[in-house]
Design a binder for this molecule. Structure first.
Ligand SMILES: C[S@@+](CC[C@H](N)C(=O)[O-])C[C@H]1O[C@@H](n2cnc3c(N)ncnc32)[C@H](O)[C@@H]1O
Length: 362
């Protein structure tokens, strides 16, 4: 091949290089555009979220609340009475400096002393450990969750139902209050989460504890066992806004419609919870949502529309704020605890007629 051939090949190569050079910026421009669009979409969701809650809390309160919600979730440790607490005491020097939360919960729980927003990851609690007999020594959870179980006023011999129980923090808290003749039925719809729940209960209780019964029912339709329990905890699935703010992917799923959908499901669950409790017994309805649509408004609908009569039990607690039908713990007012809403309802009678409470669910 002569020189002409070499030139043509060189020209072709040069053209290819030039074309690829031109293509490169076009590609990254498209990427940049897509990224900008994505950013805009996220900002739109955040603005809608912020406007929604600003309307509910007012501008000033919302500014402090959102800042508090963005901070890392605060936890306490709840000591497990079924473990060897002497073994736990030997761990104390290796734990961060602890302060008892006895001013607002009656079972042994501890927070980090002098907790503030600058408390670092290293200062937080190390994972729980097994004692000499294989039982886990403590559970890490929000102190608001412990307070919600405090509100159930559990007596040692109570028959208790935890209608939406996984992963099981509140079940473990209920068990700290039950005696040997009490019983706890834990229910969880999701098989994966139910598996996790069983693991938790196995880890925190001595083997073959006959007081426990694990169920996998859809709590919105649980109408087979009327008046079976003295106390029912309904820790309902909810918008869980603080959690969303710490998870970009999940945050994108937020919409006001979701709140409406959650509220419908919550009311169905609450009707079933009230159906399961004895006349005179208590239901604690709780969520970790900051939306009144998922909190007081669900309770209000239960009172107005439910066929089974209930009354609100009004109580005050050392942390948190009163709402129309219950109590809410919000992190801007409680050194970082919450959010946790709960309302205590006492069943006051039998069905107003023979129909079941789910029959007019639209
Ligand atoms: C807020 S979480 C419960 C947290 C739990 N109480 C604790 O303290 O560890 C709500 C749970 O309800 C479950 N759930 C959702 N819909 C349900 C239904 N229809 N019946 C029963 N459980 C349901 C969810 O899978 C989720 O595990």
């Amino acid at each position: 091949m002569g020189e002409g051939g070499t030139d043509r090949r060189a020209e072709r190569l040069a053209r290819k290089i030039e074309a690829s050079k031109n293509k490169q910026p076009a590609k990254s421009k498209a990427k940049e555009k897509a990224q900008a669009k994505e950013q805009e979409r996220r900002e739109a969701i955040f603005n809608a979220f912020s406007n929604f809650y600003e309307q509910e809390y007012g501008h000033e309160r919302w500014q402090t609340l959102i800042e508090a919600l963005k901070k890392p979730v605060r936890h306490c440790i709840m000591v497990n009475k079924y473990s060897n607490t002497d073994d736990f005491k030997t761990r104390l020097p290796t734990l961060p400096e602890l302060e008892p939360l006895s001013s607002f919960v009656s079972i042994p729980c501890f927070g980090i002393a002098n907790y503030n927003a600058n408390t670092t990851e290293e200062q937080r609690f190390p994972p729980p450990q097994k004692d000499g007999t294989g039982i886990t020594d403590y559970y890490i959870l929000d102190a608001g969750s412990v307070l919600a179980t405090e509100a159930l006023d559990i007596q040692p011999d109570d028959r208790v139902l935890d209608l939406c129980a996984a992963p099981g923090g509140k079940s473990v808290s209920i068990l700290q209050r039950l005696g040997e003749y009490g019983s706890l039925t834990v229910n969880e719809l999701s098989p994966d989460r139910r598996r996790r729940l069983r693991q938790v209960l196995d880890g925190y209780l001595p083997p073959k504890d006959e007081r426990i019964n694990v169920m996998g029912k859809d709590g919105t339709k649980w109408y087979s066992e009327p008046e079976q329990y003295d106390k029912v905890l309904l820790d309902a699935p909810c918008s869980s806004e603080r959690h969303l703010l710490h998870d970009e992917k999940e945050f994108e799923q937020w919409s006001p419609k979701r709140t409406v959908h959650n509220a419908e499901r919550q009311l169905k669950l609450l009707k079933a919870a009230v159906h399961s409790v004895t006349v005179g017994g208590l239901v604690v309805y709780g969520t970790c949502s900051i939306s009144s649509a998922e909190n007081d408004k669900v309770v209000s609908k239960m009172i107005r529309k439910g066929k089974i009569p209930v009354e609100v039990v009004k109580k005050s607690w050392p942390i948190g704020e009163r709402t129309k039908y219950g109590w809410i713990i919000l992190p801007d007012m409680t050194d970082g605890w919450g959010p946790l809403y709960f309302s205590i309802l006492r069943r006051t009678g039998v069905s107003k007629n023979e129909e079941r409470d789910d029959e007019d669910d639209e």
